[in-house]
Design a protein around this ligand. Structure first.
Ligand SMILES: Nc1ncnc2c1ncn2[C@@H]1O[C@H](COP(=O)(O)OP(=O)(O)OP(=O)(O)O)[C@@H](O)[C@H]1O
Ligand SMILES: [Mg+2]
Length: 262
């Protein structure tokens, strides 16, 4: 793997009016790495993801600092400059993908359309779809179904398959498991871990459950009131949280760390 980070964030801050709602002083994510962002509601997690993916352009948000994705500066970049990164090199996986998928299209068609939009020839698209479906553990027969005909866990695997088949190198997932049952949550997070290792994408995963996400993350950022209050290797944060707020989050976690935690 190359030594260049996929994502390099320096002094990122997002403000609405005179209120700064999200800041990340420094963050680098290498290929194959999983970084978790946790913190209470309103702490600025989603805002940080949106800023990193360049999705706050044209909104009331004032974004400052530097976000380099695969060497391209995202802060202040035009839509045109971001287009080569969008979808194919960086992708967003949302909490409830079912709600954002076209309900009148079968899953297979949704994948084919996305690949076509990104200029992937039809024959290669079929091979990529088969590969990505297998990689996320979905039965290919499921691609015949409409979005409402699959479970939440299957829909989340599908959303991940979409990012995988487009070949995304930075995948940001905003609470990908919060809408799922506890057992399915861990399955999906384990999938993220395995895909990061096997495929080498860099992952940013926003989560509520610090103990749970720490099991699969390399690095954890804990946010509160728009600031990073703790940042460190997941194992260290889990075993020896330094900030009182991190300890409170761990105590409130519905999942206690197991002996198998990373
Ligand atoms: N368009 C906007 N205009 C003004 N304030 C906003 C806007 N979008 C977000 N905010 C504010 O920014 C802060 C951070 O919001 P954000 O959605 O990033 O939090 P979060 O950590 O993702 O929360 P949750 O866990 O509930 O998803 C909140 O106080 C929110 O009200
Ligand atoms: Mg959010």
């Amino acid at each position: 793997m190359s030594g260049d980070p996929v994502l390099d964030v320096t002094e990122l801050s997002v403000a609405y009016g005179d209120r700064t709602v999200s800041t990340i002083p420094a963050l680098t994510v290498a290929p194959g790495e999983v970084v978790a962002i946790v913190g209470e509601s309103g702490s600025g997690k989603s805002t940080a993801l949106m800023a990193i993916l360049g999705l706050l352009g044209g909104t009331a948000a004032r974004v400052e600092g530097s976000v380099r994705v695969l060497g391209t500066e995202v802060v202040g970049a035009s839509e045109k400059a971001l287009r080569p990164l969008r979808g194919s090199r960086m992708a967003l996986v949302m909490q409830s993908p079912q709600a954002s998928l076209n309900p009148t299209m079968r899953l297979g068609r949704l994948l084919r359309r996305a690949l076509k939009r990104h200029g992937v020839p039809a024959a290669e698209a079929e091979a990529r779809i088969a590969d990505a479906t297998r990689a996320v553990g979905l039965d290919e027969a499921l691609l015949q179904r409409f979005p409402h005909q699959v479970s939440g866990g299957q829909a989340q695997r599908f959303a991940i398959a979409l990012a995988v088949c487009l070949g995304a190198e930075l995948i940001a997932a905003d609470e990908p498991t919060s809408a799922l049952d506890a057992t399915v949550q861990l399955d999906v997070l384990a999938l993220v871990r395995r895909l990061a290792e096997e495929r080498g994408a860099a992952w940013l995963v926003v989560a509520h459950d610090l103990a749970l996400v720490s099991m699969i993350a390399d690095h954890v950022l804990v946010m509160r009131d728009g600031e990073v209050v703790e940042s460190g290797p997941a194992r260290t944060v889990l075993a020896d949280p330094r900030h009182e707020y991190t300890r409170a989050l761990l105590a409130a976690s519905p999942t206690l760390p197991t002996g198998g935690a990373r």
